[in-house]
Design a protein around this ligand. Structure first.
Ligand code: SF4
Length: 344
């Protein structure tokens, strides 16, 4: 591997410092110094290239720990990352997340260059509905407002009235001036939002391949095997999971619950990355594993992050046609207008 960054290579002392910096965080996840030695040349180069190329890395909480603790400038959920994308001053945003998030960053900050390290970083929800499907729903239910989950393509956002995330879906849907609301595309979230908002929700039949795997029985078993545990589930889970959980919300909501609660042990019913992040950030609390990996999120790694910074391929640069971007931005801006929560 070429360790040179525009002619500047890490010295032995640089690498030793980098290994120490990484080990401080990663030892909580049982990484050894030898493990950190293997990734230190990559994280060192990425961090130096970021400065040289005036780039920042926005990373979702489901990313690998070496991305979150090694190279990310900001870590959050879809809502907080979209707020953060609006404020980025650097020329380039490298999005360590999935494609719809990178598209959202581009729509909100169009003059920035937005790079996605892997073309495999899609999402089963975003791929589960098209702009044509939204037009058909509008024809079928005239006058019913359409709220689309942020996990959708820019073309779908462009056809909706308002965008929502798991952090603000309840608040926004409650505020919409209609007893009936179309919410797309997550069928589990659609069922959860009915009782939580008091509205009649018309939905769609797509799901997150991660949250779809959890069942209410699993949660019951987890509770019976771990006395006193607090179980926090994502709103994309099946209603049977929601029913058995102590808290239901976004990843930011789960983090806030852990931060403000006095309990000792938690199970996070979501993608594994969040559990790893919280083990490092709350070393005095215990997290019992019951998580599932997202192959789309895990398509991003240090190697392709370095490569996209070093020499981005045209297909790794996110571009959204202007007419779609303008209408999708209106859905996102409506979301910000209707949300009282600050950046998480
Ligand atoms: S965790 Fe689910 S919603 Fe998130 S990117 Fe993966 S498939 Fe999509």
């Amino acid at each position: 591997m070429n360790l040179s960054v525009s002619g500047h290579s890490p010295s032995k002392a640089d690498l030793e410092l980098e290994i120490e910096r990484l080990y401080e965080k990663m030892k909580i996840l049982h990484w050894t110094k030898e493990d950190c030695e293997l990734i230190a040349p990559l994280t060192w180069q990425i961090n130096h290239l970021k400065k040289e190329k005036d780039a920042v890395i926005l990373a979702h909480s489901y990313q690998l720990p070496q991305i979150i603790f090694g190279v990310a400038d900001y870590v959050g959920d879809s809502y907080s990352l979209s707020r953060q994308a609006m404020d980025v001053q650097a020329d380039t945003i490298v999005f360590c997340g999935v494609e719809f998030m990178a598209e959202t960053a581009k729509i909100l900050n169009p003059e920035k260059r937005v790079l996605l390290p892997s073309l495999k970083a899609g999402c089963s929800l975003a791929e589960g509905i098209s702009a044509e499907d939204i037009k058909n729903l509008r024809n079928e239910y005239p006058g019913v407002p359409i709220a689309c989950y942020v996990n959708t393509s820019a073309a779908v956002k462009a056809e909706c009235d308002v965008c929502v995330t798991s952090s603000n879906a309840i608040e926004i849907i409650k505020k919409l001036d209609s007893d009936k609301v179309i919410f797309v595309p997550d069928r589990h979230m659609m069922k959860n939002l009915g009782p939580l908002t008091g509205k009649h929700i018309i939905g769609w039949d797509a799901e997150c391949i991660v949250h779809d795997q959890f069942t209410g029985e699993q949660v019951q078993q987890l509770r019976s095997e771990n006395a006193g545990i607090k179980i926090l589930a994502h709103t994309e889970c099946d209603p049977s999971v929601v029913l058995e959980s102590d808290y239901v919300g976004s990843t930011s909501g789960m983090i806030e619950y852990v931060r403000t609660s006095n309990e000792d042990s938690y199970a996070l019913i979501t993608e594994c990355g969040l559990t790893e992040r919280l083990k490092v950030e709350f070393p005095n609390k215990t997290f019992i594993g019951s998580c599932v990996l997202c192959p789309y999120m895990k398509a991003i790694n240090l190697e392709n992050t370095l490569e996209v910074l070093r020499s981005p391929q045209p297909e790794q640069e996110i571009n959204v046609p202007t007419d779609i971007a303008t209408r999708a931005k209106a859905s996102l801006e409506k979301m910000f207008e209707m949300t009282s929560i600050p950046t998480g």
